[in-house]
Design a protein around this ligand. Structure first.
Ligand code: 6PG
Length: 468
């Protein structure tokens, strides 16, 4: 086997297999590698038609089969496995080869690996890939970061395999170092937020409006044709339609209400805390997955307390409010995630362009939504935009829908229907748009008990008062 293959892929699990077949569909020859020979053989069988795919479980053969500079993508679980795959590759690589980590690696791991490999003359890229198995096969959104020059080697392949939005590829070089993994991490934080919000709206529609699953399907389907158009609304409509294959009504109704997580949402919140960036809609969605895990305790507590009897709401009015409130909360959730990206970009020197990021999220990824076109335009018009809520284009959209969020949050509170994501989104909006907050009292308390000093509104300086 000569050095003939354009692209190498390590890790032939669901994502890897689909990604490499996508590469081959786009007329690039690709070599797969997996320690597990069965997976390598399965890929050879699956890719037979394309004549562009091959696979091996011999690392030396794999590396030697690739044209130089080699472009090797890893789609393996984040963590130690990435390090051990790198070590197994190293003896066989040449200077200027590229290793691309396509998994959800923690961004500081990517920085460490990039620095380590740079010493050896190897380029290392952290590149988020979003869209699940279908996306990997038919076109994901790809978020690469790293050395800009080296990216040019893989750019044509990534542009060919990525999702397209009106013909534009949903991939772009995002910035140096771990910019790609960082952006993907925040993408996932936003994903958690949008999923939480969608689940709450489903809950209130059922509990207060008595919507049947057929009605929920129809409603979400119609929303997906309007301004809420998005992958998560689209799949929710599909989910509401799905019958239980065990013959017990709708499948969603039978699914245990404990949501798992692999950590990227939690990392988003942890890092936002570290950087001092408020993202309460994302924070609460992480907490909700944690609370959901406490099923036994929740069931016990449910028996200990009475809940208000839920007053029925007019279905049409509820559906209208739900659509408006969800649109409002989607906007505020994107606003928080993008705010995090903007501040992190300064902190870590990523030089992120938020209009480009919103653009490559318009198709292929899990948080793709019609709204992202408007978001991208807002950041194109004002490159320095601090927060989406400050965009003149967004003020009327938010102004027109916040009332519905207030109505639902108030209704939920009164009737004992938890709407944590929606109320955190509303609270975020209310505090972010408050010129004056009561935190002056906190400053006074800090100064009272700890002489921590305070500033004044009417004159410059640092002050302390003997309060007693
Ligand atoms: C994507 C997703 C994906 C993520 C899953 C599961 O963009 O394709 O974000 O990368 O792994 O959504 O995440 P959790 O298990 O944390 O929910």
């Amino acid at each position: 086997m000569g050095n003939t293959y354009d692209f190498g892929l390590i890790g032939l699990g669901v994502m890897g297999r689909n990604f490499i077949l996508n590469v081959a569909d786009n007329n690039y020859s690709a070599m797969g590698y997996d320690l597990d020979k069965e997976k390598a053989d399965a890929l050879i069988a699956e890719g037979e038609d394309t004549k562009k795919v091959n696979a091996t479980s011999d690392i030396k053969e794999f590396v030697n089969s690739l044209s130089t500079p080699r472009k090797i993508m890893l789609l393996v679980p984040a963590g130690k496995i990435v390090d051990s795959v790198i070590e197994s590759l190293l003896p066989h690589l040449d200077k200027n080869d590229l290793i691309i980590d396509g998994g959800n690696s923690f961004f500081t791991d990517t920085d460490r690996r990039e620095a380590y490999l740079k010493e050896k003359g190897i380029h290392f890229f952290g590149s988020g890939v979003s869209g699940g198995a279908k996306g990997a096969r038919r076109g994901p959104s790809i978020m690469p970061g790293g050395n800009k020059e080296a990216y040019k080697e893989v750019q044509p392949i990534f542009e060919a395999v990525s999702a397209k939005f009106k013909g534009e590829p949903c991939v772009a070089y995002l910035g140096p170092k771990s910019a790609g993994n960082y952006v993907k991490m925040v993408h996932n934080g936003i994903e958690y937020g949008l999923m939480q919000l969608t689940s709450e709206i489903y809950d209130i529609l059922k509990k207060a409006g008595n919507f049947s699953y057929e009605e929920l399907h129809t409603l979400f389907d119609s929303w997906n044709k309007g301004r809420l158009q998005s992958f998560l609304i689209e799949i929710s409509a599909e989910i509401f339609e799905k019958d239980d294959d065990k013959g017990n009504g709708k499948l969603v109704e039978k699914i245990l209400d404990k949501a798992k997580q692999k950590g990227t949402g939690k990392w988003t919140s942890q890092n936002a805390m570290d950087l001092g960036i408020p993202i309460p809609s994302i924070d609460i969605s992480v907490s909700m997955r944690q609370i959901s895990a406490l099923k036994d305790e929740r069931v016990k507590a449910d028996e200990l307390y009475n809940r208000p009897k839920i007053a029925a709401m007019d279905k049409d009015e509820l559906a209208k409010w739900a659509e408006e409130a969800l649109y409002f909360a989607f906007i505020t959730t994107y606003a928080q995630g993008l705010h995090q990206l903007s501040d992190a970009s300064v902190e870590y020197g990523y030089e992120l362009d938020l209009s480009v990021i919103a653009k490559i999220w318009r198709a292929g990824c899990i948080i793709r939504a019609g709204l992202l076109e408007d978001i991208s335009n807002a950041y194109t018009e004002d490159k320095e935009l601090k927060n989406l809520l400050l965009s003149p284009n967004f003020v009327p959209k938010v102004q027109a829908t916040v009332g519905a969020a207030r109505n639902l949050v108030a209704y939920g509170a009164k009737n004992g229907i938890p709407l944590p994501g929606l109320s955190n989104s509303l609270t975020y909006f209310d505090v972010y748009t408050s010129g004056r907050l009561p935190l002056n009292l906190i400053q006074a308390q800090r100064d009272h008990f700890g002489s921590h000093t305070y500033e004044r509104t009417d004159m410059e300086g640092i002050f302390h008062t003997e309060w007693e």
